[in-house]
Write a protein that binds this ligand. Structure first.
Ligand SMILES: Cc1cc2nc3c(=O)[nH]c(=O)nc-3n(C[C@H](O)[C@H](O)[C@H](O)COP(=O)(O)O)c2cc1C
Length: 191
């Protein structure tokens, strides 16, 4: 059974991101996949994002050494087949609440400077992004860091960028949005 982890990074409840995630999970639920959703604004943090202590690089285990809720998110990330970041567009990038988790992916890599090699349990998994924006520009900029990270990590990559979604809740008025999300879910499952 495919394990799908959705990291939902809007600070709003029932906004465009939450609605998009709901439509996505409704569509995925028709399959036998296992879905878990983590709302990043509800987590408890001891450190806000990666603090570049590099303690993760001096141990064998993958994951952050800082004992907060992100440790569990990272464990679930390692365990998942597909990781989906859902985020609103904030100033041409993902939300800060999304980035808090994304930067901690640093702890999911081991770099060996002597052999110039890198290992990661992310290899072979699928990374997906679903993002909404008020306007019709900027989502390509948001997508890029995720796409490049997937390439760097030998992950498969898929994205759904929803422009003109309006302010929180208005995605419901956008013609075809639910349909596009359902077909994105279908692509994800057959990826
Ligand atoms: C801090 C902030 C920055 C934003 N920056 C952009 C932007 O650069 N371009 C854009 O089209 N929309 C921008 N928006 C609008 C949101 O991306 C858009 O309304 C999104 O669908 C909201 O999703 P949510 O309801 O899940 O929070 C911004 C909203 C906020 C609160």
């Amino acid at each position: 059974m495919k394990k799908i982890l959705i990291i939902s990074g809007s600070p709003k409840t029932d906004g465009n991101t939450d609605i998009a995630v709901k439509w996505l999970t409704d569509a995925i639920s028709k399959s036998r996949a296992h879905i878990e959703i983590i709302k990043t604004s509800k987590l408890n943090y001891k450190s806000l994002g990666c603090i570049s202590c590099r303690a993760c690089q001096s141990r064998q285990e993958y994951g952050c050494v800082i004992k907060d809720d992100v440790q569990d998110v990272l464990k679930k990330t390692i365990d998942a087949d597909t990781i989906i970041f859902a985020t609103p567009l904030y100033f041409f990038g993902c939300s800060a609440q999304t980035k808090l988790i994304f930067d901690k992916w640093f702890s999911l890599y081991k770099w060996d400077n002597t052999t110039n090699t890198m290992k990661t349990p992310l290899q072979g998994k699928t990374l997906a992004v679903i993002a909404t924006a008020y306007e019709d520009i900027g989502l390509d900029a948001l997508e890029k860091p995720f796409k490049l990270t997937a390439e760097y990590s030998n992950m498969k990559f898929l994205s759904l960028l929803i422009k003109n979604a309006g302010v929180s809740g208005q995605i419901k008025k956008l013609e075809d949005a639910e349909e596009k999300i359902a077909s994105f879910a279908f692509n994800l499952l057959s990826f």
